[in-house]
Design a protein around this ligand. Sequence first.
Ligand code: SME
Length: 164
Amino acid sequence: MAEAFNDRTIEGDKPARYAVVAEEIAAVLEGEPNLVARMATVASMLAATFEAYFWTGFYVVDPDRPGELVVGPYQGTLGCLRIAFGRGVCGTAAATGETQIVADVAAFPGHIACDARAKSEIVVPVRDRSGRLIAVLDVDSERPASFDQTDAEGLERILKQAFG
Ligand code: SME
């Protein structure tokens, strides 16, 4: 399955690509209970599907340090290790429980610039089956205004399927 996935590109427009990659992620995760393995797989498969995904990964709610996110599985350049709830785009998504779409990161108050190439981003809260926040998924793009409602819906669906 991994070889077959890595060997080709998912074609079509953005909604179609989200639908196809959602099915493929579900197939790969089938029967795998480990959370790190699941997050690593989701990050890899999403990053391989969309050209705009420059940095793709999880910031996990740290059980040992309340109010902090700690970096989890990701694809991309070096990310910050920790982000406090309420700080930056990831911390805002964690604190509010709402997906954040930021067209221009320079205009977002308190944005944390891990890599100056990131120009726009989307951050989606990740919940477990009981509805508890376990992480956020952060996707950054090198271009401004890369993400819209289609991305929010596509990612929310995939994350619910993978972790809910
Ligand atoms: N841009 C994020 C920080 C994380 S990284 O860019 C990998 C933020 O403001 O939350």
